[in-house]
Design a protein around this ligand. Structure first.
Ligand code: DGL
Length: 270
């Protein structure tokens, strides 16, 4: 099917998921919306996250899409169930895929989860993990400083390391987990620093790969895959600062500026 896959996030974090979908499904067209202007969603009340998420979805529904990937853990925790009930196209989030990926990897059944206050307080990861294996020992930690830092484009260097070190100190101190789930799609942008701080004995899990795999399965099952070869034109919309958005896009997609010109970037108001 020629229609696009819609991908949404509160900002730039979902680009890590969009990248993986594009890698695994190179013929599929992506339309991405990042609500950078109103990011972070993490500290916002549930009703507001639901409202903002629905605004992104309404925008996408004007663009002829065949499926929606909620590439934001906070929006998944708060809005996914409602969206599933209301939409007549497939919609998936990132929490189930993230939980599955962690369970595949852990050897000692002790899993850490880091995410926004919204995601951690919702206990959505805890539920998803324990539903699969009720014997797991799960330690969850909210990390409110990480998203604002990433949205400013600070993803490496001394400042990033200091903030990550201070934030992850309680996890490091407990010295129990062998697997850490990046329960926020912004965190893969800090993955190297997080790995350095946690040490080699901890496996870092980002839900992007598993989410892209689930996207592929859902499209296949619903006979919505685009089966021919093509170089699709992707579109990226942000409600916020275009320069920072493009800078982070570049750091994930590792494209040159001239290649970037083939991708449509547009600022929107929701
Ligand atoms: N990237 C988002 C997530 O996965 C949200 C970050 C935020 O807006 O606080 O939770």
């Amino acid at each position: 099917m020629d229609q696009a896959i819609g991908v949404i996030d509160s900002g730039v974090g979902g680009l890590t998921v969009a990248y993986e979908i594009m890698r695994q499904l190179p013929n599929e067209k992506i339309i991405y919306v990042g609500d950078t202007f109103r990011c972070p969603y993490g500290p916002r009340p549930k009703h507001e996250v639901i409202q903002f998420t629905k605004e992104m979805v309404s925008f996408l529904l004007t663009k002829n899409i065949k499926m929606i990937v909620v590439a934001c853990n906070t929006a998944t925790a708060f809005a996914l169930d409602e969206l599933k009930k209301e939409l007549n196209i497939p919609v998936i989030g990132v929490i189930q895929p993230g939980a599955r990926a962690a369970i595949k990897v852990t050897k000692n059944n002790k899993i850490g989860i880091i995410g926004t206050e919204g995601t951690i307080n919702s206990k959505a990861y805890l539920k998803a993990l324990l539903q699969i294996n009720s014997e797991l020992d799960v330690i969850a930690l909210a990390c409110p400083l990480l998203v604002p830092m990433v949205e400013k484009g600070i993803i490496s260097g001394e400042q990033a390391k200091k903030v990550v070190e201070d934030t992850l100190f309680p996890l490091k101190l407990s010295n129990r987990i062998d697997t850490l789930v990046l329960g926020c799609t912004h965190y893969p942008l800090l993955e190297e620093t997080i790995q350095e701080v946690m040490g080699k004995t901890v496996q870092i899990i980002s839900s992007s790969e598993e989410t892209a795999r689930e996207t592929s399965v859902i499209l296949e099952v619903n006979q919505l895959l685009y089966k021919n070869n093509r170089e699709p034109n992707h579109s990226f919309y942000t409600t916020g600062d275009m320069d920072v958005f493009k800078k982070i896009y570049l750091s994930i997609f590792k494209k040159s500026l001239c290649e970037m010109n083939k991708v449509k970037f547009e600022k929107i108001v929701l």
